[in-house]
Structures are given as C-alpha cells and as structure tokens.
Design a protein around this ligand. Structure first.
Ligand SMILES: [Zn+2]
Length: 488
C-alpha cells in the first residue's frame, strides 16, 4: 500500500491586522519530505504518527509539505495557492496512492477563500478520484464545512483544549483510514450544527465530562469516532460555529442520532462551558486580595495563538500603576526592543518604548527604564506531547523603580504556554507572586501545576471575548449568542 501525507495550516483571525505571508510560515515551521527535525511543530506530530504507523504495516509513505504559520490575519491568496499547488504536484509525482492523510487546522482563511482546508481537500479528491480514502485531522478551533465533510472520508478532531492529544487523535485517524484502505471499514460521517459561537476549555467542568462522554461512546454500536469542532470565534466566515461530527462504520443512522444528541446536550451546557472571564480591574483586585501566589493571570485578549499581536500594554500598565511587585509578564512581541537589548548586552541599563506597536487594540507603548537581566538566542518553548514552538531571540528586562517586575520580550511572535518561556531567561515563575501570560488557555497545561490561583483576564485587545462586540459580517445567522432566536 502507498500512503500520501501533507500538512498545511494556520488559524486565521480575520480581525487581526497582521498579514499571513510566506515569511510567517518559514519563520514558524516549514519542512519537506518528512524532515521534521528536533523541534516538531504541534501539527507535525500527526505526520510523524502517520509515517510510523504506515511503516509498521510495511506501507510505503510519500511525505509532502508540512507547513504551519503562527496565527495572524488572512493568508495571502498567492501564498496559499503556492503551497497547495506544491502538495498537488507532489501527489501527482507520487503516482498511484491507496490513501491520503492530512494534518490541517480547519480555520485557515485566505483573502478570497473562506476555508482553505475545503479547497485543498476538493483538489486532492479531484486528483485521486472517489475510491481513495482521505483522512483529515483538525484542530478543534476549526470551521467544519458541509463540503469538507462530504469530500473527506474521515475527519478526526483534537478532543482536548489545551491540545495535548494531537498524536493520539492521529493514531485513531490512521486506524480508520487503514481500515478503509484495506476494505475492513466503510467510514461514513454525520454532522450536527449547534448554531453557536464559543470557546470551551476542556480542563474545566462540565466540558471535561462532555469529552469523557464522547470517548465512552466510541468503539461500540459501529461508532468509530466522535469529534466536537468548537469553532474559532475570531474567524468571520460563513461556517463559523460549533459542530459535532460522528463517524459510523457503514450506515450512519446511529452516527447522526449521536451527533444530534450530543449537540443538543452541549447547547444545554452553554452557559457553563465558557471560562470565567474577569474584567481587568476586577481581576487585578482579586489577584491583590489573594493570600498566596503564584497567581497566574491570563491576558487572553492578546493571545498570539489566536492571531493577536502579543504586544498589548493594558495589563502591564495597570499593574505598574497599582505597584504590584514580584511579577513576571510575557511574552511581548517587540523585535525592536529585543535588538536594542542585545546591542546593549546583559546587565546594561536602557530606556525602552515597550509594546503597543501594532495598532489601537494593543494600547499605547510604555516608556520604561530597564536593566537587561538576560539574553538568549533562538529559544524554543516546549509543549506537552513533544512539540516545540519558536520564540526567536529573547530578552528578560527588569523594570527599574518597580519591585522585581520582569518582562520577557521575544522577536518571533508566539503564545506563552510554557514556564520555560521564563525559566530559559533565568526567571522562575514559581518564585513570583504574579505571572502574566499572553495566552487564552494553552498555558494551563504548563502553568496550572505551579499556580495557586488562575484568573482569566478580559482586558482590551485583539481577541475580544465578548462576541456580541465583534464586527461580524459573514457568519451565517442566526447564531448564539448573537441572536436570541438562534435555536428556534
Ligand atoms: Zn486550537
């Protein structure tokens, strides 16, 4: 048997001012022919699983492009088309293939293409014909389109947010597609559209229980897999929203029944599955009042992982005004400040104009007198499951006239999800009273073990968590919570 694999993705925040072009892919992760290297991206992990499982079966594997860009604004059309056409050219060169496995995100939007994943799979289907099974693994922050479900044979989506299960889901998808290739399984998908927008971390109840229930329903009554596409609230596309997809073996009556049942159940949980967002001032009041640190404050509105600039200054400014000491904040994307810090060297004293560069949603820059505490070149952040994320060159700056307030600045924009974003710069988050991370929820896997309290701050920023305030134009209506009659 001959398997073809490829990976292409990003998570597009259509409200972000940062264009996604060739440089962003090259800077984040772009390898060819299976050369995943020492620092595999999260979306490379499925590719590695597909290859290993195929080889265990004695199959031949042709590995095409594996490219991922840290989330930002819409991808430039010609950049997407170039990568897509590279994958299609590799597929044509590969000759006859028996199966195709793709590691995609599901929320990649180009200037004039609302779903790059749908476009890519449409082209691959046209190339391989109707008889070759196509399996797709997606991030749960995806826009699951009707056409994608109709065109692929099996779609398996991460179940966990934080995404600690990318490799595990890849193994499941491989088993389903291998069964189809060998003629043992006939995967058929059924989908239910919940008509709702939201963000649902799976480490909190009742979402954790919902994920457990999906797992328990798999592997019996002919159900091969059940996934929940959470959707990505900052991608203004027609098919934005939460959907359940179930894969049955053959007849999909049971699959449809379960998709509908689970989708309705999720609607019932709606009021309890969003994180407890706390407005900035109230959140800082809570942090100051807490007896014990470290208190981890998530600056969710400036999460680079959701396409935000990661240079907003609202939280830092408010903490300095309140004289909140023994704090570490990161990571600010400010390549200019990093360059000045490297030029000055460790131990040097500088004045910097930090953050607030990308637009009004980042707030105003802050003028600070700082001491360069430490410098590191080409830093990577570790994520559970073995993937790594590039941070570029990094500087830790101690703010003069503040009580042990350290700010970490990076040259490659990245979400702060691991304590080693600080420890590699000589800052111990566990020894601080306040730790501010520019992250929506991925920080939990690494920071929850050291946090005495976690507060999800709803500060101003590019990722507003009040969906009713977002300037949606394209999403199909009605939908909860934009429309009160969404479920009539
Ligand atoms: Zn995600």
């Amino acid at each position: 048997m001959h398997l073809f694999t490829a990976c292409l993705g990003t998570e597009t925040n259509t409200f972000s001012p940062i264009p996604t072009g060739r440089r962003l892919f090259e800077e984040t992760y772009l390898v060819r022919g299976g050369a995943y290297g020492e620092n595999p991206d999260l979306f490379a992990l499925p590719m590695m699983v597909f290859r290993d499982r195929a080889r265990q079966l004695g199959w031949r594997v042709t590995e095409s492009l594996c490219a991922f860009a840290v989330p930002a604004g819409p991808t430039i059309d010609r950049v997407y088309a170039t990568y897509r056409d590279e994958i299609l050219a590799d597929l044509a060169r590969a000759g006859k293939v028996d199966g195709v496995l793709l590691s995609l995100h599901g929320a990649m939007v180009a200037e004039t293409i609302a779903s790059c994943e749908t476009d890519l799979v449409r082209h691959i289907r046209a190339a391989v014909g109707p008889g070759v099974p196509i399996g797709v693994e997606l991030d749960l922050h995806c826009h699951l389109t009707e056409e994608l479900v109709a065109t692929a044979d099996a779609i398996v989506i991460f179940k966990e947010y934080p995404h600690v299960d990318a490799a595990e889901r890849a193994g499941e998808l491989f088993s389903i597609i291998a069964g189809a290739v060998e003629g043992r399984l006939r995967p058929r998908m059924a989908m239910f559209d919940c008509r709702m927008i939201g963000l649902y971390p799976t480490t909190l109840e009742p979402m954790a229980g919902f994920v457990q229930r999906m797992r328990e329903l798999e592997g019996k009554d002919g159900i091969l897999s059940i996934s929940l596409a959470h959707g990505f609230p900052w991608g203004d596309v027609p098919e934005l929203g939460t959907r359940v997809v179930a894969i049955g073996d053959g007849d999909s009556a049971r699959a449809l029944e379960l998709a509908v049942e689970l989708g309705r159940e999720l609607r019932g949980l709606r009021a309890r599955i969003e994180p407890p967002w706390t407005p900035l001032d109230a959140g800082l009041d809570q942090a100051v009042a807490a007896n014990e640190g470290p208190i981890v404050l998530a600056d969710v509105s400036d999460n680079a992982g959701g396409g935000a600039p990661s240079d907003s200054t609202f939280v830092l400014r408010a903490m300095l005004e309140r004289q909140m000491g023994r704090a570490a904040l990161g990571c600010f994307w400010d390549p200019g400040t990093v360059a000045l810090a490297f030029e000055a060297g460790e131990g040097a004293r500088l004045t910097v104009r930090l953050g607030g560069k990308l637009g009004a949603m980042s707030g105003d820059p802050i003028d600070l007198a700082v001491r360069v505490k430490s410098l590191r070149r080409d830093v990577h952040q570790h994520y559970l499951g073995g993937s790594k994320a590039r941070m570029g060159d990094m500087a830790a700056l101690s703010i003069e006239d503040a009580d042990e307030v350290d700010v970490v600045v990076n040259s490659v924009r990245a979400q702060t999800f691991s304590p080693d974003a600080f420890t590699q710069l000589g800052i111990e988050p566990a020894a601080k009273r306040y730790v501010v991370v520019k992250s929506m929820n991925h920080f939990r896997a690494g920071f929850a073990p050291l946090a005495r309290h976690i507060i999800y701050l709803s500060a101003p920023g590019a990722i507003d968590v009040d969906y009713t305030r977002l300037p949606y134009r394209r999403v199909q209506r009605p939908i909860y919570p934009l429309d009160s009659h969404a479920w009539d």
